[in-house]
Design a protein around this ligand. Sequence first.
Ligand SMILES: Cc1cc2nc3c(=O)[nH]c(=O)nc-3n(C[C@H](O)[C@H](O)[C@H](O)COP(=O)(O)OP(=O)(O)OC[C@H]3O[C@@H](n4cnc5c(N)ncnc54)[C@H](O)[C@@H]3O)c2cc1C
Length: 452
Amino acid sequence: MTVVVVGAGLSGLAAARRLVAGGHEVVVLEARDRVGGRTEGGRLTDGTPVELGGQWIGPTQDRMYELVAELGLEWFRTHNDDGLLLVDLRGRQSRMAPHKGAVPRLGPFALADLGQGLLRFSRLAARTDLERPWESPDAEVLDGQTFASWIHRNLRTPSGRAYFRIACEAVFAADASDVSLLHALFYSHSGTDLETLLSVDRGAQQDRIVGGSVRIAETMAAALGDRVRLGQPVRRISNDDSGVRLETRGGEVVTGSHVVVTLPPTLAGRLEYAPALPSWRDQLTQRLPAGSVVKCYAAYDEPFWRATGLNGQAASDRGPVKVTFDNSPPSGRPGVLMGFVEAGDARHFARLSPDDRRRAVLECFARYFGPRALAPVEYLERDWMAEEFTRGCYGAHFTPGVWTSYGHALREPVGRIHWAGAETAAVWNGYMEGAVRSGEAVADRIGAEVAG
Ligand SMILES: Cc1cc2nc3c(=O)[nH]c(=O)nc-3n(C[C@H](O)[C@H](O)[C@H](O)COP(=O)(O)OP(=O)(O)OC[C@H]3O[C@@H](n4cnc5c(N)ncnc54)[C@H](O)[C@@H]3O)c2cc1C
């Protein structure tokens, strides 16, 4: 019998590939007219590939490096060592070495405050249970507060607090007041620690894929051939002892023995199910909002910031773009600056006119790298909140109380319906690594069920 996979993002394609390798019949139903989901390829007018969604891989994301190699793809280092990183905090700019563990140049009080805050956070994070976060020590107390309230209680200086708030926006695309403290701790531990999530060198932003990360999904899909059906938004899933039956918006019907749903949780909750899902599963998906992010690009003839001793990375407490990177291709030509507009800034930004958005982004780039940034050859952006088949990024975050009340329903199958996707991963939750691992783990579970 066929296993039906809903979604041709990394998780769905990794599941399908693993199932096919195990000798199973597979059909992948994808709503969009492309594969890759939250990884998406774009091009500048000169043909330079740009990544509109997820792009980086880094150490300990072992499955991604293996997969990239298995698919015959290559990676390269993020431009990091071409200069210093710019820190723009509380109206003052300073430069710092872009190495893992480096902290901004702050006054002695702020530095001590930040140091003890990071230590406390990492000690708490290391105690979280990755498989069952709700069983971590003091889980209910940690889950009963927001990350913002912890920052307020544990950091004393405005700069220390600003550092943690920017870190939260950069990692979750959500304000610290929206995120459960337990989730912030779990998520950091899931990707090693907060420092790793924020770093380029030896961190989550270390490497990129030659040709763009979407090549991973495209190469997997090419090998799956016509098992992957594009333009097929699933609308309804019926499930009983004899198997599953899926209906698409266009009226196609596909049946199988099992289904793997790889949609972000909110979108999974918007499908129709027969019989209706158990209350705990439905209530879980009512409580997992996606983050808010717009990814913005400006291309220049050359990476002019390098000549001024900067590496194109900025971190600021003033938006709308608070975080930037040098996203130039390996050759370094053209020069490409990429900036994220995140959390509350993104929600405001999305309502501006295209001209006002472009102006606001370029003004941030100019504040960090000088007036040449105001005159790019080209500007592009992708608003992930507006994407019908994603509705926000980088991924879902758990609000207070959700892990402890509903965490058990995240991965628990409902009859023949299995759940995968980056949000269900124990390791590197929310990242491409987590997406691939979750898809392969579910494929193995179904394979064992069918065999047993
Ligand atoms: C701007 C941005 C930057 C990011 N940066 C990074 C990064 O640098 N490194 C990193 O590791 N991760 C990053 N991420 C996160 C990473 O991209 C995701 O974790 C990962 O791609 C999720 O894969 P997935 O398969 O779980 O989900 P998705 O990619 O969301 O796949 C779900 C699929 O289901 C499809 N779908 C939706 N509804 C239906 C329906 N009704 N019927 C059929 N199909 C449907 C969607 O079109 C999609 O293809 C980033 C994400 C974004 C958006």
